[in-house]
Structure formats: C-alpha cells, structure tokens
Ligand binder design. Structure first.
Ligand SMILES: CC(C)(COP(=O)(O)OP(=O)(O)OC[C@H]1O[C@@H](n2cnc3c(N)ncnc32)[C@H](O)[C@@H]1OP(=O)(O)O)[C@@H](O)C(=O)NCCC(=O)NCCS
Length: 172
C-alpha cells in the first residue's frame, strides 16, 4: 500500500540520502531524466539534494516536501514552494523507478495540491523542459494549462527551453 505524507525532519534526511544514492548511478533513468537532460554539473546535483539544502528550503525558502512511501521506503516526492499567499510553484515531482506509470505521481500531486488549497493557495505553476514530453503529458493530464514558453539561462551556463504550466486549484 502506498502512503502519502508531508515530510518531517527525519524524512528529509532519508529523502536526501535516497536521492544522493540513486543519483550515484550515472546510468540510472533518474540521473538521465534529472541531470543529463539538462546538462547539470554533478557539483550542482550534490548541493541541490544535500540534507542541508533541503532543510534550508523548508526553513527559509517556504518549501514543503510531500512523500510517497511503500513499506517504509520513499518511492517518490514532490517539492512545492509557496511564492505568496495565493501562488505556489511545483518545483519538482519525481516517482522513482520502478514505480512510475502506476498512478502514484497523480495521487502524490493531488495530495500536495489539496494541502496547498487548505493553505489558501489558488494557483500553482510549474516549469519543465519544452522537450520533456512525459512530464508535459503528466501535467496536462492533471489539468495544468500551458501559459508560457521561454528560453532561460541556467545557473550552470546552459540555455534551456522551458514551458510554464498553471493550474487553478479547485478546477480539477
Ligand atoms: C512525471 C512523473 C512524476 C509522473 O509520475 P507517474 O506516477 O509515472 O504518473 P502517473 O502514473 O500518475 O501518470 C499519469 C499520466 O501522466 C502521463 N505520463 C506519465 N508518465 C509518462 C510517460 N513516461 N510517458 C508519457 N506519458 C506519461 C500519462 O498521461 C499518464 O496517464 P496514463 O498512464 O493513463 O496514460 C514520473 O514519471 C517521473 O518521476 N518522471 C521523472 C521525473 C520527472 O520528469 N519529473 C517531472 C519534472 S520535475
């Protein structure tokens, strides 16, 4: 049975450990999807998922982590950053192999969005790569609407073509 919950301190530690472990395998799908495709240098990856960075995001960056567990093992997570009283950004949502495409991402997303709605958030937006068709399909299937396309300069010196989707809460 899959369980969803908001992360507490011990969970954040476990999530960081799990992500850094999974991302050590340079041939893994998760490394390819999240690192190779965007040309991100390893040093950024290690910093992005270090326990301290995740904890800082919660304490100073208004981030909330939502986790999916099976048999006490983290099998996916979503990170949402509240921008202001009404708006939040879905920063990341990942379901680890081999658990994808079983509806877990959709359930995790709904769990997180429900919590945001309870906090008074009315709009959630998400950026993804223009070519990330599986992520785009996932957002579209979950009611997000395309609102913008842009080319941005990533901090690691690459140009990225991104698309922005938005969801009005209460509309799905
Ligand atoms: C995107 C992701 C979170 C979706 O989670 P999931 O549990 O696999 O998604 P679901 O099973 O709930 O799928 C819901 C719908 O999304 C779409 N979808 C999900 N994965 C897809 C894929 N690989 N290819 C095409 N469509 C896909 C489909 O429309 C799917 O509905 P269907 O199975 O009835 O056709 C997951 O695939 C993932 O972690 N991918 C790698 C990380 C990533 O790209 N994250 C998004 C950007 S941060």
């Amino acid at each position: 049975m899959v369980i969803f919950r908001k992360a507490h301190d011990e969970d954040v530690k476990a999530l960081s450990r799990k992500l850094l472990l999974l991302l050590k395998d340079k041939n893994s799908q998760i490394y390819i999807d999240n690192v190779v495709k965007f040309g991100i240098p390893d040093i950024y990856v290690e910093k992005a998922f270090a326990e301290e960075t995740l904890q800082n995001a919660i304490e100073k960056g208004r981030a909330t982590f939502y986790l999916a567990f099976e048999n006490n093992d983290i099998i996916g997570f979503a990170q949402i950053i509240q921008q202001d009283a009404n708006t939040a950004e879905l920063d990341r949502i990942v379901v680890f192999p081999p658990y994808e495409r079983k509806g877990i991402g959709t359930q995790l997303l709904r769990f997180a969005l429900f919590d945001m709605e309870q906090k008074g958030v009315s709009h959630v937006f998400v950026n993804t790569g223009k070519e990330e068709m599986h992520a785009r399909r996932f957002y579209e299937k979950n009611g997000f609407k395309l609102v913008k396309e842009a080319t941005i300069d990533a901090p690691w010196g690459k140009k990225l073509n991104i698309v922005t989707y938005q969801l009005r809460l209460g509309s799905i």
